[in-house]
Design a protein. Structure first.
Length: 336
């Protein structure tokens, strides 16, 4: 036990050194990243099948293009932050909402809302998705505590198995009550339906960002493990509960408004941690910016690849994310 405390203290000191090294947010590289994301945002505003030079071009610009670009930015930040927090809590770089079953639980929540309310409002769908996301994430953590982890691969495998079971339950309910169309719409994560009046709840993600930034240091300590965090004076269970609540809130909103967006929370935090270490407070701006850029680029590709039609952005994210997931697995195996 004393050795673990000394290791934790040394790790904390290293994190503090890393924080001192990376505490300047507006570095040259970060400014370049922000400018690239802004450029992608401009391209997104100008991309689409509708001719903006026509009679109602300006009106359509503010009805569809501006809300869609704003939704892309907010969603990218939400899913990337959720993946980062989940990786800290589980101490595993291979987890994010789609590899822990959280997003499938959100879909089950949406299904139950449609079951009891035939024409639910967006608020009801959000509440259902948030509540079930929280329950599902806590169930995942409870399973992890009871399973002997001999490899880091077991964690995402458990999450995917749990997600598959929950997805099967959602499919059964959809078939039994003739609601399969709702499932198909949710599984196809797309921004095609985003317009003014249908995306504004995504701005609540800004509150999640602020809350994560406030709890950043405690979440980082919780990432050292329950014994070490408790020794350092942190209420581990409370921090995990807060982190789970923030993840569920962000994922529930995205699931209700947009749908399933796979692997975004896996790609971005791993890329940031690869170059900047594991300090949440200094990495959070980078994760938000790169998450915005990644999903905006994917959406631009989805709109132009078969223009004037578009493919779901989840297809692009799923393809790229699966490749990145395989690369991360191979890197971990090579290190061992």
């Amino acid at each position: 036990m004393p050795e673990r405390i000394m290791q934790a203290t040394a790790g904390t000191e290293r994190n503090q050194c890393q924080r001192c090294h990376h505490n300047k947010i507006w570095t040259k590289s970060f400014v370049v990243a922000v400018l690239v994301v802004l450029a992608l945002g401009v391209i997104s505003l100008l991309t689409g099948a509708y001719d903006l030079t026509g009679e109602h071009g300006l009106e359509m610009f503010f009805i569809t293009r501006v809300p869609r670009t704003a939704a892309l930015m907010l969603t990218g930040a939400a899913m990337s932050m959720s993946g980062l927090v989940m990786q800290l809590i589980t101490q595993n770089r291979l987890v994010e909402p789609t590899t822990t079953g959280t997003i499938e639980w959100a879909g089950l929540g949406l299904m139950f809302v449609y079951l009891f309310f035939p024409a639910p409002s967006l608020v009801l769908r959000m509440l259902g998705a948030i509540i079930f996301s929280f329950i599902g994430t806590m169930v995942f953590f409870m399973i992890l505590k009871r399973v002997k982890l001999r490899s880091s691969l077991i964690v995402p495998i458990i999450g995917m198995m749990l997600g598959a079971v929950i997805s099967a339950v959602s499919t059964f309910i959809g078939l039994a009550f003739q609601m399969t169309q709702n499932i198909e719409t949710w599984f196809v994560g797309s921004f095609a339906s985003v317009q003014i009046g249908r995306y504004e709840f995504l701005w609540l993600i800004v509150l999640v960002t602020v809350a994560i930034f406030i709890y950043a240091d405690k979440l980082t300590l919780a990432g050292l493990g329950e014994d070490v965090a408790t020794t350092l004076g942190v209420n581990y269970n409370r921090i995990v509960l807060v982190g789970t609540g923030l993840i569920s809130f962000a994922v529930g909103i995205v699931a209700a408004v947009i749908g399933n967006l796979p692997f975004l929370g896996l790609i971005v935090p791993n890329l940031v941690s690869m170059f900047r270490g594991d300090d949440l407070r200094s990495n959070l701006p980078w994760v938000c910016v790169l998450g915005m850029g990644a999903i905006t680029l994917s959406d631009i590709i989805s709109r132009t690849i078969i223009m004037p039609f578009e493919v779901p952005v989840s297809l692009i994210l799923g393809t790229v994310g699966a490749l990145v997931f395989i690369v991360i697995l191979l890197r971990q195996r090579r290190k061992r």
